[in-house]
Design a protein around this ligand. Structure first.
Ligand code: HEM
Length: 148
């Protein structure tokens, strides 16, 4: 369960995520590929260069910020992303890597607006979203395994 306080804080960050979303996610990938170069091979680097992958991630993060208290509204989006993740072999242990880099990117781009409480709220919110993906992807991986 995400606390009401976290929901309120995350929702309050939605306008700045809308405004700076692409900058935040581009920074996130920059940090991640520098610090964890081994994840690069899972990504289509042309979708990085033309900005389409950072744009997709920014849209997903913004949608989550606005619908954090209405998760059923995100079902279609979660399904699409989870299937893409399974195709590219995303694993549960990679979620903390993306989380760390995303939070650092939020700090870098939002500067003073990324207060301690904003970071704490996004840490909790990111973990909750990760669990949704990890569980769904676990089921999809299982479906594929059963077919073989
Ligand atoms: C809560 C965290 C995450 C969110 C919100 C997220 C979001 C997304 C979105 C929106 C897409 C594009 C889907 C599409 O093409 O329609 C995507 C693709 C992808 N994600 Fe994630 N993701 C998350 C975590 C991760 C993690 C932990 C990894 C592991 C490194 C990862 C690796 C990928 C890869 C490899 C793709 C395919 C990109 C490509 O084709 O270049 N994601 N993700």
């Amino acid at each position: 369960m995400i606390s009401q306080q976290t929901i309120d804080i995350v929702k309050s960050t939605a306008p700045s995520l809308k405004k700076h979303g692409q900058q935040i996610t581009s920074r996130m990938y920059e940090i991640m590929f520098h610090k964890y170069p081994e994840v690069k091979e899972q990504f289509d680097m042309s979708a990085q260069a033309n900005g389409s992958q950072p744009a997709k991630l920014a849209t997903a993060v913004y949608s989550y910020a606005t619908q954090i208290d209405n998760l059923p509204a995100l079902k279609v989006m979660v399904e699409r992303i989870a299937h893409r993740h399974v195709k590219t072999n995303v694993l549960p242990e990679e979620y903390p890597i993306v989380g760390e880099c995303l939070l650092q990117a939020i700090k870098d781009v939002l500067g003073e607006a990324a207060t301690e409480s904003v970071i704490a709220a996004w840490t909790e919110a990111y973990q909750a979203l990760s669990m949704i993906f990890i569980e769904r992807e676990h089921d999809i991986y299982g479906t594929f395994a059963n077919k073989n």
